[in-house]
Design a protein around this ligand. Sequence first.
Ligand code: SF4
Length: 308
Amino acid sequence: MDLHQKITELKKQKNAVILAHYYQVPEIQEVADYVGDSLGLSQKAAETDADMIVFAGVHFMAETAKILNPDKKVLLPDLMAGCSLADSCPPDAFRTLVEAHPDHVVITYVNCSAEVKALSDIICTSSNAEKIVNSVPKEVPIIFAPDKNLGKYIQKKTGRKMLLWDGACIVHEAFSMDKLLKLYKEHPGSKIIAHPESESHILETATYIGSTAGMIDYVKKHPAEKFIVATEAGILHKMQQEVPQAVLIPTPAEEDNTCACSECAFMKMNTLQKLYDCLLHETPQIEVSEEIRKKAILPIERMLELSK
Ligand code: SF4
């Protein structure tokens, strides 16, 4: 039996569900029960009746699933699969900011630790950030963390002035403007589509800006076009599956001289072999202390409620 088959049998035996992010390697996306963006993955984690969740993504995603499912086993194939954006917001420093602004509503992007979630009022993803910000009365000031690029983009969309945390994703900040413009010259008329974690100068060139799920939907609506895609290159697998005739070109990174695309080293730590091993041995498991979990679940539930 190959690994794919072994994983499929094992997950049936153990009543496990495999949730995978669009940035996972294709062979993991192929074996997953659901592939999606952070919002879709949180919604699936909230509604699953499986006994065990194997999260093929990064640590904060599996942690969110555990917060929503304290009685289930939540597994992450590689415990070292972290996130530069989540790491850019240490809980102690964030607490100091929140405590210094007690009149502010704290909106936090899902890419953060359970401790940071526990200090927040509402969680958001790139799919619903605009809606969540607009749900806060106009006169109430907002702290937005940890992604400053998404924060700036949402400020522009909503006209709200927000206190932004100075965090960023190393992958989305690595795109090369020069290489992007060169690509556009080589493929005139192509549509540039970008994730809002990208820097403002990249977003200004884009025809469409949205979450990974939003970007896939946009390509589906314009199937005959050519696209230059500014987000982690793992998304191309699902995009191409959904729209086989679309021409997809990944945006290169500044320092990237060996490969044509930008990949998240954390997301790529998960492999099919590690997925199989973790399902077989039921380890490594994600744990969240009950004290933090009780606080962190409230802003997640607010987000899920506002996203219905
Ligand atoms: S792509 Fe960026 S935000 Fe996403 S997991 Fe990797 S480092 Fe974090």
